[in-house]
Design a protein around this ligand. Structure first.
Ligand SMILES: Cc1cc2nc3c(=O)[nH]c(=O)nc-3n(C[C@H](O)[C@H](O)[C@H](O)COP(=O)(O)OP(=O)(O)OC[C@H]3O[C@@H](n4cnc5c(N)ncnc54)[C@H](O)[C@@H]3O)c2cc1C
Length: 467
């Protein structure tokens, strides 16, 4: 690596006020939202155009300087952390919504636009971009595309990969390409766009994207229901799906989550006998909503739900949802002397009862507290493991617990990573999953990384280790 030569040349092409080298400011780029080890970048560069990103990558490739793309930095697996003195490319200044095209059903956006900002703009046209990570106030188009993010509405609308038509991608060599199409149908050779989506900034830097958009739901009703048993709550999800309901969201909160939230949000109260809570949004034409709600309430009662409430009032809906929105900060506050390892598995919805029971058993077996919530409409659970980072026994048990939860998901026909990605924290679990599904895939993944990034300069050490 010849960082000094890189530094001199970067200063020729990027304005000084868009290059950060002061320790105080660099510190802000040394972590993400995960408990992954922090690392200081050597430099942060804030490009404004695809051309600048291309020039930076050409130089990085020439001088063998590792570079890490960075956006909202809400990653939960260490993806944007610049290990080994890497340079950060901060894409937050590329933050314009370029075009909303209703006729062709897309929004063309630069990558630094936050998802809530994007949806505020689209709402003016009566449309929205459905993928909605719970971090949408800070998470961006680029970071969400690179992470293959999902969210609550995944139950009905899938994840980011289902909503990207095409994207401008700068390869690690600095070459600029447009992957995918602007049309809804696109079969132009191998699907490289879908390799980029979810590649966590290891194959290319995305600078702008054409995203599919959808008309806003006409009417939405939010229901909140408690269950005396988490198993019953998990079973209810399968019943909802098998009866043909396709709710917009089905969010699951276990007792530990409710306890954390009630300590954090004064207004939030829950019945003592409740082991779990579901938040369900159903949407449809206004004239059908009473019928939908009545059927859903009947179903929830049959499956053991109690204290069922529902509303279509915006403020009331937000009040119900606050329990879910506050879950992560509430947990961090409640266990402020410990650390929280956020996990992210998916199982087929029919296997949710076995999954929630299995997670509880694993926590008991290793004596670690696990607090679980999730977007259960698509079988996605987030078990959050509480551990003590200064206690070696606690750390060893954490590793055993994450491994067993991953294996549980795989054995139930699921996956170790639904939406948060692999980053640095889940590389071993990814290998575990590939061992079950066919380890030849690891060889292919390494070959793909090499084909895109022959000098391994782009976000090295993330997702997979290259030999
Ligand atoms: C409270 C909380 C709740 C969350 N809830 C969800 C959830 O419901 N669903 C979900 O999927 N995730 C969730 N996450 C995880 C995370 O917020 C999302 O995955 C989010 O989409 C990441 O976007 P970001 O802009 O913060 O990306 P960053 O964290 O900045 O980056 C993510 C990854 O993408 C790479 N990258 C960033 N920008 C680019 C680019 N332009 N080109 C190429 N690579 C790039 C980075 O190197 C990194 O590897 C949550 C996180 C928190 C803290």
């Amino acid at each position: 690596m010849n960082f000094e030569a890189f530094r001199v040349e970067v200063r020729r092409i990027i304005d000084e006020d868009r290059i950060i080298e002061s320790q105080g400011e660099l510190m802000l780029y040394s972590y993400d939202a995960s408990p992954a080890e922090q690392a200081m970048p050597r430099m942060v560069i804030q490009p404004l155009t695809t051309g600048e990103v291309s020039e930076i990558l050409k130089l990085a490739n020439e001088y063998l300087v590792p570079v890490v793309p960075s956006s909202g930095r809400t990653s939960l697996h260490g993806g944007p952390i610049p290990y080994n003195g890497a340079v950060v490319i901060d894409l937050m200044r590329m933050n314009k919504v370029l075009e909303v095209n209703l006729e062709d059903s897309y929004v063309h956006s630069e990558v630094g636009v936050r998802l809530d900002e994007l949806n505020a703009e689209l709402a003016r046209y009566g449309h929205f971009f459905p993928p909605d990570p719970a971090s949408s106030a800070a998470a961006t188009v680029g970071g969400s595309l690179a992470n293959g993010a999902g969210g609550m509405r995944g139950a009905k609308y899938g994840t980011v990969k289902d909503w990207v038509l095409g994207a401008e991608v700068v390869l690690p060599t600095g070459e600029v390409t447009f992957m995918g199409c602007r049309t809804l149908k696109c079969r132009a050779g191998y699907d490289l766009l879908n390799l980029i989506i979810g590649s966590e900034g290891t194959l290319g830097v995305v600078t702008n994207a054409y995203l599919k958009i959808w008309p806003l739901p006409e009417a939405v009703v939010r229901l909140r229901v408690y269950f005396k048993s988490i198993i019953d709550a998990a079973k209810a999800v399968g019943v909802i799906k098998s009866r043909g309901f396709r709710p917009l969201i089905i969010e699951f909160l276990d007792e530990g989550t409710m306890e954390a939230v009630s300590n954090y949000v004064r207004e939030f109260k829950y019945p003592e006998s409740a082991e779990a809570m579901l938040i369900i949004d159903i949407d449809g034409p206004p004239e059908a909503m009473d019928r939908y709600v009545n059927s859903m309430v009947t179903l929830l009662k049959e499956t053991g739900g109690f204290e069922i409430e529902w509303t279509s009032n915006r403020d009331e809906m937000e009040k119900i949802y606050m329990a879910r929105r506050a879950a992560y900060p509430a947990l961090l506050r409640l266990f402020s002397n410990d650390r929280v390892m956020p996990e992210d598995i998916s199982v087929p919805p029919s296997k949710l009862p076995e999954a929630v029971k299995g997670i509880r058993d694993i926590g008991d077996k290793y004596g670690l507290r696990i607090v679980t919530w999730g977007h259960v409409g698509d079988g996605n659970l987030h078990p959050n493991i509480i551990y003590n980072p200064s206690d070696q026994s606690s750390i060893s048990r954490l590793h055993a617990v994450t491994r067993e939860i991953g294996l549980l998901a795989i054995n139930l026909g699921g996956t170790v990573s639904s939406e948060h990605g692999i980053g640095v924290l889940k590389k071993d679990l990814l290998v575990n999953e590939l061992e079950v599904k066919g380890i030849a895939q690891l060889r292919l993944m390494k070959a793909i990384k090499k084909a895109f990034d022959p000098n391994n300069i782009l976000n090295p050490g993330k997702v997979i280790d290259v030999d």
